[in-house]
Design a binder for this molecule. Structure first.
Ligand SMILES: Nc1ncnc2c1ncn2[C@@H]1O[C@H](COP(=O)(O)OP(=O)(O)OP(=O)(O)O)[C@@H](O)[C@H]1O
Ligand SMILES: [Mg+2]
Length: 453
């Protein structure tokens, strides 16, 4: 772009205007000229200029007015002003109003050329920067949220609107629908994207440790507190705090949390000093919180504090052909690692994927595809390679054929997951891509023992 930059010269003085133009053309720039402010602004509205050179002193619409119009209409255009000798103040004023530089009259062609060159280079760098930033943001913002269904479009539009605000968001949805991915996406699309994203799994917090995990404690706060610690609120300062499984916070924890959210201040355990925290809160749950409120298990005031913007993340069942998009997405994600010879799904496999009810949603689909890659021979995943935990609508017959061996396989899978996770239901369920309740039922059904919960 360097010498190809497109420059507009606005000056009511004919010899001045044509002189500048001549010099710039000789330097290889593309130029246009206007003899007053109005026609200059009009030209700039029709065509995109990299640089505008404008005389400050003109009848009717003067240089400052032109400048302010340009800042509004084409803020990326760099503006240089030409000033008379006795008008240093107006040069300063123009710079304040957003001009990049000024050239005092009278000036030599050399001064004009060096000033223009610098301005054009500035503009080139600024544009390059802008492109880079946009590309990076898009990359991060996308975070591989796959989906083109209407419900996902709607969700994307909502996220676009909500993300840049600091509003507290409550994400509700079944297990495995992508709540955490949505939370990360909101963070990435917000002004806090360069700050930390801190996750707390509230269901994993033992009652007695909740406060200290969230707010930190000071040395000697209780037996065993040999060092002071920083809590999650402080860790997330300047960024986003993601409170996952918020429905599992104890009653006592809920009170503490409510206070922190109301006051945006925390107190470390064992300290009396209040500390201001600057965090954006996103909470998630797969519980029916309204039902929990009715049952007295969840505080209504905390619910309202959290659900400034309530967002329901739709189930996979509502996403139509997204199932196939996602299946292919996970195929690409895992094939290199699991089975590089596999290229695609057979039509029968795709039908089965569409026909299944997906109680475990996207996570279950992801696990199903990864497992199928291990099972598949040849270049395609066929229906025999797919392993479902529940009945398949379109291909019930296929499942019945395999019922005996399927049950066997399922039992083996569960045993393996349990032993790999030390008998912990929550972890094993996550690994299997099913929810804890389903896992408990299956453990009972197969008479499997478990060592811990
Ligand atoms: N739209 C999507 N595109 C691509 N991957 C997705 C999408 N939604 C979810 N996933 C993937 O599915 C898996 C489960 O998503 P995530 O952990 O966000 O679900 P969740 O709702 O938080 O589940 P849980 O309720 O069990 O905590 C993750 O590996 C995530 O990357
Ligand atoms: Mg989650």
């Amino acid at each position: 772009m360097e010498s190809n930059a497109n420059i507009l010269v606005i000056d009511d003085d004919d010899s001045m205007r044509e002189g500048c133009r001549q010099t710039l053309v000789e330097e290889g720039y593309r130029t246009q000229a206007a003899q007053d402010g109005e026609s200059g602004v009009q030209l700039a509205a029709q065509e995109s200029f990299d640089l505008v050179l404008v005389d400050l002193k003109m009848p009717r619409m003067d240089g400052l007015q032109v400048l302010s119009r340009l800042r509004q209409d084409s803020p990326d255009t760099v503006v240089l002003v030409i000033t008379g000798y006795a008008t240093v103040e107006s040069a300063v004023e123009a710079m304040r109003a957003g001009a990049y530089d000024y050239i005092p009259k009278p000036f030599t062609p050399d001064l004009l050329v060096t000033t223009v060159r610098r301005a054009v280079e500035h503009r080139r760098l600024a544009m390059e920067n802008l492109c880079l930033r946009t590309a990076l943001r898009e990359q991060a913002g996308r975070l591989e949220m796959v989906g083109q269904s209407e419900v996902m479009d709607k969700l994307a539009r909502l996220l676009h609107k909500v993300s840049p605000t600091d509003a507290t968001v409550l994400l509700m949805g079944e297990t495995g629908v992508g709540k955490e991915l949505v939370a990360r996406t909101i963070h990435q699309q917000s002004g806090r994207r360069d700050g930390p994203f801190v996750t707390v799994d509230c269901s994993a917090l033992v009652e007695g440790l909740f406060e200290s995990e969230m707010f930190g404690h000071v040395k000697g706060a209780y037996t065993g507190a040999v060092e002071s610690t920083v809590g999650k609120f402080e860790l997330a300062s300047g960024g986003t705090l993601f409170l996952d499984e918020i429905g599992n916070v104890s009653r006592n924890g809920q009170v503490k949390l409510l206070r922190a959210l109301q006051e945006r201040e925390i107190t470390k355990v064992g300290s009396s000093r209040r500390v201001r925290v600057d965090v954006r809160i996103i909470a998630a749950t797969n519980n029916d919180l309204l039902e929990d409120i009715r049952q007295g298990a969840f505080r209504e005031d905390l619910f309202f504090r959290l659900s400034v913007v309530p967002i329901r993340v739709p189930t996979l069942r509502e996403r139509g052909d997204d199932i196939l998009l996602l299946a292919n997405h996970f195929l690409r994600k895992y094939r290199t690692r699991r089975n590089p010879t596999v290229q695609r799904f057979t039509q029968r496999a795709l039908d089965a994927l569409r026909g299944y009810n997906w109680p475990g949603n996207v996570r279950e689909l992801e696990n199903t595809v990864e497992r199928a890659l291990v099972m598949a021979d040849g270049s395609a995943i066929d229906v025999e390679d797919l392993f479902f935990y529940g009945p398949v609508r379109a291909h019930a017959a296929v499942v019945e054929d395999h019922e005996g061996s399927l049950a066997q396989a399922e039992k083996r899978e569960i045993e393996r997951a349990l032993s790999e996770n030390g008998g912990q239901i929550t972890r094993a369920a996550v690994q299997l891509g099913i929810n804890r309740k389903t896992l408990r039922e299956k453990i009972r059904k197969y008479g499997l023992a478990r060592s811990a919960d």
